[in-house]
Design a binder for this molecule. Structure first.
Ligand code: UDX
Ligand code: UDX
Length: 463
């Protein structure tokens, strides 16, 4: 079959593959190839067991793989063969030198740009899919034009806004698609070409365009705003616990103001995931770089509140359990950074588990999808850790249940049965506020939600 467009994506990760699978599904006349330096990952994408869990992804990959979606290892050839190249390699926080712990580490990006330059034999549109610091495209353009050859490259910014766990529905029906370009004739032409691909399934009014710097910055700012809402509600949850106000009631009342909106107001143990912290720190670094320390400090406080919230949660566990966890068994329900994913990058569960182990607790971790990643994250831990997928087995014989991920399945467990199997007094720390706390209290648990009064049988006796 002769394909209308030949599209490549470099980086077969959480962002690259779902977004390319969606393009392949919606545009059968486009050939979409995904490459990665990690050849085991490519093998896994070509196998019956995909390397990551994302609801709905399997179906769409199985439908398109071998038809117009391909996973390949020959990066050099693929760069040569394709006309449109998405780059979705990771951009972690830099861990060395200037900007360590804050700035984005762009070494993979730059290496990829140099490869594109080295292997290309015809003009290409190069698209930034990864989240990048504003002005990265300038560096890309400089690298790509350094050979002074005849080949022209047009760099576009097309950040991906999908969230894990809902990636497929977000890609199918996004709030918006953003395409940034140079406002030159060739830049506008490349922008129109990419917009044409998305227009195959996305209403035109949702495909917005901008200059390339606005596009790069918008992605960082979108993530910063989302994370800021989580930190805002979490900061108020601390005040609720001091004042007998209830964070769910406050969030509902505030969120019903249409100017505020009701989403992203769930208090909990703080945000995780590969993006929020990294992107805010990157924003903070940029603000400082451009001489805006007040703006930098403002955004940095979003990350600080996130750390504070986790610390509060741990202190609360320790304090409620008579200031000693040594030898106590604690069951952690949920290790993924959010529900419906096996991803544990920056999951609050990592830090919380490590802290419990420091107190010499025995930790039993349960999660329906994230146990493999959890074991990798905690591989260096010397403390007592067990992994059990079945939540009932994991909880049996424990002193406390600690809910760290908002998996739907945890809302539906038989807590009477679990209570019976636990050591008494049994403690329940709901780090995601997903349970019916009164019901759990009636069963016999001492219940500690976030931003709501604790329901403790001890308090009752003291009064
Ligand atoms: C990552 C970043 O976290 C995010 O900010 C960015 O927007 C997109 O890239 P994600 O897809 O979740 O998001 O990362 P990951 O699952 O780690 O995938 C990146 C892939 O790129 C990895 O499979 C890695 O092997 C690959 N890679 C990395 C290359 O193919 N070439 C490189 O030079 C470096
Ligand atoms: C985020 C952005 O939502 C997405 O647009 C961007 O492309 C990538 O980063 P993701 O990290 O996959 O997506 O998940 P998200 O749903 O945003 O959740 C991030 C974290 O915030 C999770 O740990 C989640 O549990 C937490 N969260 C979210 C809360 O604690 N409370 C809320 O109300 C919402």
């Amino acid at each position: 079959m002769k394909f209308q467009k030949k599209i490549l994506c470099i980086g077969a990760g959480y962002v690259g593959v779902p977004s390319m699978a969606m393009i392949a599904a919606k545009c059968p006349d486009c050939r979409v190839t995904v490459v990665d330096i990690n050849s085991q990952r490519i093998d896994a994408w070509n196998s019956a067991e995909l390397p990551l869990y994302e609801p709905g992804l399997e179906e769409i990959v199985y439908k398109t793989r071998g038809r117009n979606l391909f996973f390949a290892k020959d990066i050099e050839n693929q760069i040569r063969e394709n006309d449109i190249i998405f780059v979705s390699v990771n951009t972690p926080t830099k861990m060395f030198g200037t900007g360590a712990g804050m700035a984005a580490d762009l070494q993979y990006w730059e290496k990829t740009a140099r490869e594109i330059l080295q292997y290309s034999r015809s003009p290409k549109i190069v698209i930034e899919k990864s989240t990048l610091p504003v002005k990265t495209a300038l560096a890309m353009e400089r690298i790509l034009s350094s050979a002074k050859g005849k080949i022209t490259f047009e760099v576009l910014s097309n950040p991906e806004f999908m969230a894990e766990g809902t990636a497929i529905q977000d890609l199918e029906n996004p709030d918006r698609v953003l395409i940034g370009s140079r406002e030159t004739k060739s830049g506008l032409k490349a922008r129109a070409e990419l917009a044409g691909i998305y227009a195959r399934w996305i209403p035109e009014e949702k495909i917005i365009t901008s200059n390339i710097w606005s596009s790069e910055l918008s992605k960082l700012v979108a993530n910063a705003f989302l994370a800021q809402r989580v930190s805002s509600i979490n900061s108020i949850s601390a005040l609720c616990e001091k004042t007998d106000a209830n964070i769910a009631e406050v969030a509902r009342a505030v969120g019903m103001d249409s100017r505020v909106g009701s989403k992203f107001l769930n208090a909990g143990i703080g945000f995780g995931g590969s993006c929020f912290k990294k992107d805010i720190l990157n924003l903070v670094y940029l603000c400082n770089y451009y001489g805006l320390p007040e703006v930098a400090n403002y955004w940095e406080s979003v990350v600080k509140i996130n750390e504070y919230q986790q610390e509060r949660f741990i202190t609360n566990i320790l304090g409620s359990m008579f200031n000693t966890l040594a030898g106590k068994k604690i069951c952690i329900l949920g290790f993924a950074f959010k529900a419906d994913t096996g991803d544990t990058r920056e999951s609050p569960a990592i830090n919380i588990t490590r802290r419990l182990l420091t107190e010499h607790a025995e930790v039993i971790i349960s999660d329906p999808k994230a146990l493999t990643n959890a074991a990798l994250d905690l591989a260096d831990e010397k403390g007592a850790i067990a992994y059990m997928e079945d939540p009932y087995r994991a909880a049996a014989g424990c002193h406390a249940l600690v809910i760290l991920t908002d998996w739907d399945l945890y809302k539906k467990l038989d807590y009477k049965k679990i209570y019976k199997s636990m050591v008494k007094p049994a403690f329940l720390f709901d780090g995601r506020n997903i349970l019916d706390h009164n019901k759990c209290f009636e069963i016999g648990f001492n219940v500690y939600p976030i931003g709501k009064p604790a329901l403790s049988h001890f308090v009752k006796q003291d009064c």
